[in-house]
Design a binder for this molecule. Structure first.
Ligand SMILES: Nc1ncnc2c1ncn2[C@@H]1O[C@H](COP(=O)(O)OP(=O)(O)OP(=O)(O)O)[C@@H](O)[C@H]1O
Length: 910
């Protein structure tokens, strides 16, 4: 006995040395860590403990020192090994200070994850992310839930921003995932709120089936068996690991869910999908759900009391970790959210999607196409063509801020670089934001614009949208005549290039649903025209891009959806809700809801059929870069670059633009621009007979001065002999319009006109009398225009002057009535119809043409008829000339700025 006791220390020492040697060897191979090695390490540790226990039994006192020494060496090494296997947050115990460290959060997910510990804080980590997942059973359900909860937190905290997403199903409403609720609130795309019903689960699983099938085909294409290899090769960081947590399985699982679960779980590990299933054997499965089928695909983790054992590491009974503290978890969530906020978006430079310069503006053959981004390393093409296959139009959708404007700019500029403006014209209308397209047109200091653009609707209104659709509808008719004259060709692709072949047209309608959303006649007509445009546009080379933030819930669309979208095979969906994903792509195709980054998109050229989803990263068009490109294209176009018709809801028309495009005609002065695709202004007929002239009525001195400016300068520009102008300023030289007034006077003078301004109220009456007397006495000579600016503000207009039996208003009536026959025409502004008629008399006003600015509707109806509708918006006017059956909406010109004078004069003189 004594002998054996003495032999024990040597024996033990030898054993321990052997174990240490084995540990050292393992450390040498630490870089090539495998499950087996880790398992061995932990087993060695266990053996060490067992042997130590034996030794202890045999000779407790003598052995203790040696044992402790051995353990002191072996345990840290085992710890190191475990940390190498599951670095950082994959193995740090719960509630450790390092959990909120920026250094650890977001460092990257590991294939191994801690389930508990053995000995003196030696973590036990088992494989998870590259496997199909775990089935966790426990003698108490609460313990299993706790493990899944901790594991979920571990994964999401360790993952690089946006590289892992967790969907949980909690049919018994245990609220276990509430621990991550903080993150759910801030980044629902990382940890969406747990679902509870079968329907919700179906939606999640069917989205995952799409993800899995997309990954399968990309992996097959590139020859990668594993998701990790695919990510490594493509460098794509937009495709996250997908973790599915199911609590209390098989509760709440129906046949449909089970079918998808089985499909997914069979290949989950290879596709970057992972299941964490808490199996509750006491839960009753639905009759057609065979739980075994799913459970067989997963690795078992069994919890007994406070011990946990994984099938992948048999025989190691680790102590189950305690639960995470809720406050700590919330702080971890904050750090994850902060990291997500500053995460660098993967960006593809727009330049990468442009072809070599020497291939720009090559002739159009049978299609126009461009690259919008990349699908892995393959350029993502959008090809607009009439046939073989027919890919004429595009529907683009995505939630606010997900990169829709950028995508449209990439598409527009990509096409502009590839095709000559003579071969491709663009009609670009934005019904909401306005700002994105404004850089594409001409503007003050910037002389260049995108030479392809014919019509630019910056912040368009529905009326202008309708006008554009009408114009395009006429264009279809015009093209049909061309086709007929070329032997009845049926398709633009059959027309040989040449002067007779009309250019392709790209129509971009951003937020097109605005056109259709009111329940009115305009929406009805717009829907009909749009339907016609997409139906007939294909053959005629008119390609429509319909873009929207949301199309779910647009009433008018529900009845027309098929007839419009049925003609639109291309679908591009940026990140959006499952409902909108399906509305844009196709019912059942929720792939766009699973996207994570701005600029990520699902591109589909087959009416949204899920099998044809392409996952694309749209290139990013930096604003200065686009501007350089436009300047280059504009220079390339040279004199062929005609400025587009620009329409801006919130702005008046620009006289310089109109003067650049149109020459004024004698007797046909300009009131403003129509709401139509034309540069032709709305003109008045001014004949030398009673009734000629114009009463401008309503609020807004700037708009009123703009109208007077358009009228006066177009009169002066068209005249052979420069006319005379008498400008009566009833506003007492209102400062807000001083610049415009001076600029008008200056411009008229530069055009050779004699301009007299009467600014003081006291002088206005006498000047009216003098003018009337000259008229009576036939002393006027030449044509004269009386510009009455703010006549409502002139005091005592209706009071008889001393020593006479008439008022200035009486004299004005004579001028208005008798003036035109002698070449004296009045253009006057009053703020109300009532004041105008008081001054001019109700029945012998003799002005027959009225232009309403902001004015109460009853006055408008007195003149234009009781059915007229008038919204009185800024920079809009309603013209009534008594000749046309309906009043016409006009966009008044802006008053001139002083720096515009010379240019306008020069243009008017041409
Ligand atoms: N493809 C992309 N790559 C990188 N960043 C992008 C990409 N697309 C958009 N972004 C970023 O997202 C921001 C929003 O994009 P964009 O304005 O195009 O979104 P949107 O959907 O049109 O937004 P909104 O609905 O507000 O008009 C851009 O300023 C840009 O920084």
């Amino acid at each position: 006995m004594a002998q054996s006791t003495e032999a024990v220390p040597e024996l033990l020492e030898a054993r321990i040395r052997g174990l240490q040697h084995a540990l050292a060897q393992l450390l040498e191979h630490a870089r090539r860590l495998t499950q087996g090695e880790h398992q061995r390490a932990v087993q060695l540790h266990r053996q060490l403990q067992e042997q130590t226990a034996i030794a202890r039994r045999e000779s407790r006192a003598q052995v203790d020192a040696v044992t402790n020494e051995a353990l002191a060496v072996a345990q840290p090494r085992a710890r190191v090994l475990a940390h190498q296997l599951a670095p950082g947050l994959a193995s740090i115990p719960p509630n450790d200070a390092r959990w909120t460290s920026e250094q650890f959060v977001g460092r990257g997910v590991e294939p191994y994850v801690r389930i508990g510990e053995v000995g003196d804080h030696v973590p036990v980590a088992v494989p998870l992310l590259r496997t199909n997942g775990w089935k966790v059973t426990a003698d108490r359900n609460e313990a299993a839930r706790r493990l899944l909860q901790s594991t979920a937190l571990r994964l999401v905290a360790a993952a690089e921003p946006f590289r892992l997403r967790i969907d949980a199903f909690d049919p018994k409403l245990t609220g276990t995932m509430g621990l991550l609720g903080h993150l759910t609130t801030k980044y629902p795309q990382l940890v969406p709120r747990a679902t509870h019903t079968a329907e919700q689960l179906h939606a999640v699983l069917s989205g995952l089936v799409d993800v899995s099938s997309m990954r399968a085909s990309r992996q097959a294409q590139l020859g990668h068996k594993r998701f990790e290899d695919l990510i490594r090769e493509t460098g794509r960081v937009t495709d996250p690991y997908r973790v599915v947590v199911l609590f209390d399985y098989p509760s709440g699982i129906d046949q449909l869910a089970q079918r998808d679960l089985l499909r997914l779980a069979a290949t989950a590990g290879e596709r970057g999908i992972c299941f964490l299933v808490h199996h509750d054997p006491s839960a009753q499965a639905e009759s057609d759900v065979d739980t075994k089928q799913l459970l067989e695909l997963l690795d078992a983790v069994v919890i007994t009391g406070e011990k946990v054992e994984a099938a992948t590491l048999p025989g190691v009974h680790a102590k189950l970790d305690e639960a995470f503290d809720a406050n700590l978890a919330a702080r971890v969530g904050d750090v994850v959210a902060e990291k997500a906020e500053i995460a660098v978006l993967p960006t593809i430079d727009f330049k990468r999607t442009l072809p070599e310069r020497d291939t720009w503006w090559e002739p159009v053959t049978d299609e126009i196409g461009t690259v919008i981004g990349y699908d892995d390393r393959t350029p993502a093409l959008v090809r607009l063509r009439s046939g073989n296959p027919a890919l004429p139009h595009v529907l683009v959708g995505g939630a606010v801020g997900q990169g829709k404007s950028n995508l449209l700019l990439v598409l527009i500029h990509g096409l502009a670089a590839r095709y000559d403006p003579a071969d491709l014209e663009m009609y670009l209308l934005d019904f909401k934001h306005g700002v994105e397209f404004s850089a594409l047109g001409p503007a003050g200091e910037r002389e260049h614009w995108l030479p392809h653009v014919r019509v630019l609707g910056i912040h368009s209104d529905r009326a202008f949208g309708l006008a554009v659709l009408r114009h395009l509808s006429d264009e279809l008719a015009r093209r049909s005549e061309i086709f007929k004259s070329h032997g009845n060709v049926a398709d633009i692709a059959e027309l040989a290039p040449g002067p007779d072949r009309p250019p392709r047209i790209l129509v971009v309608l951003d937020e097109f649903q605005v056109l259709l959303e009111d329940d009115d006649e305009l929406a009805d007509e717009a829907a009909k025209l749009l339907e016609r445009l997409v139906r007939l546009g294909r053959a005629y080379g008119v390609h429509v891009v319909l873009a929207t933030q949301t199309i779910e819930g647009v009433k008018r669309l529900s009845t027309r959806r098929d007839s419009i979208f049925g003609q639109v095979p291309y679908r591009i969906a940026l990140k959006t809700t499952p409902a909108d994903s399906q509305a844009i792509l196709r019912s059942g195709n929720t792939a766009a809801a699973a996207l994570q980054f701005r600029g990520e998109a699902v591109l589909n050229a087959n009416f949204g059929s899920p099998d044809d989803n392409q996952h694309v990263l749209v290139s990013f068009a930096d604003k200065p870069q686009l501007d350089d490109l436009r300047r280059e294209l504009w220079t390339r176009a040279g004199t062929a670059a005609r400025p587009p018709r620009v329409f801006h809801l919130a702005e008046p028309a620009r006289l310089a633009d109109t003067a650049a495009a149109v020459k004024p005609e004698l007797g046909r002065p300009w009131t403003g621009l129509p709401i139509a695709v034309t540069e032709e202004p709305v003109q008045l007929d001014v004949r030398p007979e009673a009734g000629a002239g114009l009463a401008i009525l309503g609020d807004g001195p700037a708009d009123a001065l703009g109208v007077l400016t358009g009228l006066a300068l177009s009169v002066a520009g068209a005249a052979v002999e420069p006319p005379r102008f008498v400008f009566l300023d009833g506003t007492d030289s209102l400062p807000s319009v001083a610049e415009g007034k001076d600029a008008l006077v200056q411009a008229l003078r530069l055009l050779g006109c004699d301009v007299e301004t009467v600014d003081k109220h006291d002088d206005i009456g006498p000047r009216i009398f003098a003018l009337r007397d000259a008229l009576r006495n036939g002393q006027l000579g030449g044509s004269t225009y009386l510009l009455g600016f703010g006549l409502h503000s002139v005091p005592r207009m209706q009071l008889h002057v001393e020593g006479a039996f008439e008022s200035p208003a009486h004299a004005l009536q004579d001028i208005v009535r008798d003036g035109p026959a002698q070449g004296l025409v009045t253009f006057g502004w009053w703020n109300r119809l009532r004041v105008c008629t008081e001054q001019l008399g109700f029945h012998n006003g003799n002005l027959e043409t009225f232009l309403f600015l902001r004015h109460p509707i009853d006055g408008v109806r007195t003149v234009c008829g009781s059915f007229v509708r008038w919204a009185s918006e800024p920079h809009r006017a309603l013209l009534w000339d008594g000749l046309h059956p309906e009043a016409q909406v006009v966009v008044p010109f802006a008053a001139l700025r002083s720096d515009e004078v010379e240019r306008v004069v020069e243009l008017m003189r041409r």
